[in-house]
Design a protein around this ligand. Structure first.
Ligand code: MEV
Length: 352
């Protein structure tokens, strides 16, 4: 058999309501024009061979002083476990498909090419699951619609990481915009937005390597941290969650009205609420603050956020107004990867 299937999916940003969505509150997310592709082709040997290529890396660090007199190796990352964790989603997808649909192991090459930084809150895990499942199902002729692919991918994501809201897999599958309301996923037609995503990706050399290897479980750790705090401050947290719910509803109206000033102000308030529940580390706080000071209409943490203990790794989302160039420059000076992105792009695409 000499066929090749290519499935590609977009990255996502959560515009409003991350974390609060875990408690049934509204959240709005959008696809962005950065994609991950999985290519499946035949191979002579039995079994699956998986290769991951060109995941964006950035913010390299080298501490020469501290290594004086020792063997000075230049390492791009202190720990590359985030990248190897990505493989857990591929393995999870293969095992799920074997069990559920009985796909064979006649010899398959799986190659992943990604423009989505890892551990950045941009949905790389869900993207890996959706694209791997779509490509393998097509390759093995497993029948079913796109909705089935989405729910298969959601099951795998939950299995691998313990818990996951349906947002990420919905965006990877459908593209466009998705509103989650009481755990129901609704697709939305909204206008394209031009945003900047700033990712802090480098793990500081000062960081303990066991913490670095937890990065693949960053979302799980942060979600659990919020749950623990809510148990102590239940009524306070519930008011914060309700406020977020209203912010998301008003944000949808602001996008529909093209009212970017209101939209930006709502992003800033959402950021404050994320800080209140403890998911804004210093490095992401600085990126948001600098963007706001330089004239952004709005700036907020996006996705799970981060913690100082886990190196402050994560992303911010900025509605730049007229200040795009200076915000990009400031992010680069701060060692972040700054990307201009457009929201609302195409979802899963399968090419044979
Ligand atoms: C992760 O991208 C967003 C969280 O809300 C978790 C989830 O929705 O599964 C933190």
């Amino acid at each position: 058999m000499d066929k090749k299937i290519r499935a590609s999916v977009p990255a996502k940003v959560i515009l409003f309501g991350e974390h609060f969505v875990v408690y049934g509150k509204r959240a709005l997310a959008a696809a962005i024009n950065r994609r991950l592709a999985v290519e499946v082709s035949s191979r002579e040997k039995r079994g699956y061979h998986v290769k991951i290529e060109n995941i964006p890396t950035f913010g390299l660090e080298l501490d020469l002083e501290a290594r004086k007199g020792r063997d000075r190796k230049v390492l791009p990352y202190k720990d590359y476990s985030a990248a190897s964790k990505a493989l857990a989603y591929v393995k999870g997808s293969v095992e799920y498909l074997e069990e559920r649909y009985g796909i064979g192991d006649e010899g398959v090459e799986i190659e992943i090419k990604s423009e989505i930084p890892l551990s950045a809150g941009l949905g790389s895990s869900a993207a890996t699951c959706v694209a791997t499942i779509a490509a393998l199902k097509e390759y093995f002729g497993v029948k079913g619609d796109v909705e089935r692919i989405r729910s298969d991918a959601h099951s795998v994501e939950k299995e691998v990481q313990g818990a996951a809201s349906p947002i990420d897999t919905a965006i990877s599958t459908y593209g466009g915009y998705v509103l989650v309301e009481r755990n129901e996923v609704k697709r939305m037609q909204l206008a394209e937005l031009n945003l900047i995503v700033g990712c802090v990706g480098s793990i500081p050399l000062s960081m303990d390597s066991t913490k670095a290897s937890d990065l693949g479980l960053k979302t799980k750790t942060l979600v659990a941290g919020v749950k623990d705090k809510r148990e102590i401050f239940t009524s306070i947290f519930d008011s914060i969650f309700d406020a977020s719910d209203e912010i998301t509803a008003r944000a949808v109206r602001a996008i529909e009205d093209g009212d970017f000033v209101t939209l930006g102000a709502l992003m800033n308030i959402n950021h404050g609420l994320l800080d209140a529940i403890g998911v804004v580390p210093r490095r992401l706080s600085e990126l948001a603050k600098v963007s706001q000071e330089l004239g952004a209409l709005g700036a907020k943490v996006t996705g799970a956020g981060g913690s100082d203990e886990m190196g402050g790794v994560g992303s911010v989302l900025v509605l730049p107004g007229e200040a795009g160039d200076s915000i990009q420059a400031a992010m680069k000076i701060a060692g972040a990867l700054a990307m201009d992105v457009k929201t609302g792009g195409e979802g899963l695409k399968i090419e044979t």
